[in-house]
Design a protein around this ligand. Structure first.
Ligand SMILES: Nc1nc2c(ncn2[C@@H]2O[C@H](COP(=O)(O)OP(=O)(O)OP(=O)(O)O)[C@@H](O)[C@H]2O)c(=O)[nH]1
Ligand SMILES: [Mg+2]
Length: 320
């Protein structure tokens, strides 16, 4: 790998401060991000793990347990804690930092928070960029933690090889409501807080959902019970994840083809969208339309028709 950034020290370890700054750069400057990432071509076999689930389910506690397991195995680990509701980026999502603080002094563990500000073009492309960047610095395991199971989390999770959906007892009804959504994203169900009442009911709900979908699935998501705060079940979770990693390796094309397709679409949309906006914004016609809409002379749809008559997007082949 080519590295002018100084992130990799001479002894092969990571300069955290420099890596943090590089991430800030790619979050804030799309042009620079593209240049940088295009110049870095890594085939390092990082495993990308997405951890999602409702607030307070124990995602960070679980991440902490996973870090411990992976460090025992000598792996280099990065964690990106994505919080769509937080406007802050670069700083710390306080609770997460505290729960993962035991790794603060470990040079082989890098933890970073990302919020919704700072990441132009949305969290999903920004987190994909960060994952691509981390891959270049030989992280064996890259964990992305997000809160919730909305569309933006699903998009963020598209960068992951394996997605853990963390659920807790007492949310049987919520699982019902999520039914379709969770099958779409979960590769492994984690029933955390298995020390609490209601675990049987949640397990039964999950088994039923898996059963209902079994025929459409190539990979049947296992259910793993954990008590993250006591690190119970974490080793068997790691075992299930390693089986999933083998499956992903064997079925790489089938799993990644639709994702690469949607990644390219997403990038094109972002690129064409921002270019067109830049053209319009610099043009007096833009203000003119606003005035005419406000004065009642035009409505939005008439403006849309005008936009369509102004715009002509074409594709030029390189050898033309
Ligand atoms: N009893 C019990 N408590 C747990 C368990 N795992 C986590 N907790 C507690 O649940 C609370 C939330 O844990 P976190 O790890 O911060 O959960 P999270 O999903 O990362 O939370 P957000 O990032 O805020 O959505 C903390 O007080 C933990 O100590 C568990 O297995 N059993
Ligand atoms: Mg958390």
């Amino acid at each position: 790998m080519r590295d002018d950034s100084g992130v990799l020290k001479n002894d092969g370890t990571i300069n955290h401060r420099k890596l943090g700054r590089l991430i800030s750069t790619i979050e804030h400057d799309r042009q620079r991000a593209t240049e940088l990432l295009a110049s870095m071509v890594s085939d390092y076999p990082s495993i990308v793990i997405g951890i999602t689930g409702p607030p307070g389910a124990g995602k960070s506690s679980l991440t902490d347990g996973l870090i411990v397991e992976y460090r025992k195995a000598g792996k280099r680990v990065a964690v990106i804690a994505v919080d769509p509701s937080s406007p802050f980026s670069g700083g710390a999502i306080l609770g997460d930092r505290i729960r993962m603080s035991s790794h603060n002094t470990d040079p082989e563990v890098f933890i970073r928070s990302m919020g919704s500000r700072g990441s132009l073009g949305g969290l999903a492309p920004a987190s994909m960029d960060v994952v691509s960047l981390l891959r270049n610095f030989n992280f064996d395991i890259i964990i992305i933690e997000t809160v919730g199971v909305g569309q933006s989390e699903i998009d963020v999770m598209k960068a992951a090889d394996t997605v853990l959906l963390v659920l807790v007892p007492g949310m049987g009804d919520d699982v019902q409501a999520l039914k379709a959504g969770i099958m779409e994203i979960a590769d492994i169900f984690v029933v955390n807080k298995a020390d609490k009442d209601g675990r049987e009911r949640l397990l039964a709900e999950l088994q039923m959902i898996i059963e209902l979908n079994r025929r459409q699935l190539d990979w049947i998501p296992p259910i793993v019970e954990t008590v993250a705060t006591e690190r119970k079940g974490v080793a068997s979770l790691v075992e299930q994840m390693s089986q999933r990693a083998d499956f992903v390796k064997k079925n790489r094309d089938t799993i990644w083809r639709p994702r690469v397709e949607s990644q390219i679409m997403q990038m094109m949309q972002e690129k064409t969208g921002s270019d067109i906006l830049a053209i319009f914004k610099g043009h007096s016609i833009f203000n003119d339309w606003i005035e005419r809409i406000l004065s009642g002379e035009l409505n939005l749809y008439q403006v849309l028709q005008k936009i369509e008559s102004h715009l002509k997007i074409s594709w030029r082949d390189e050898n033309e």
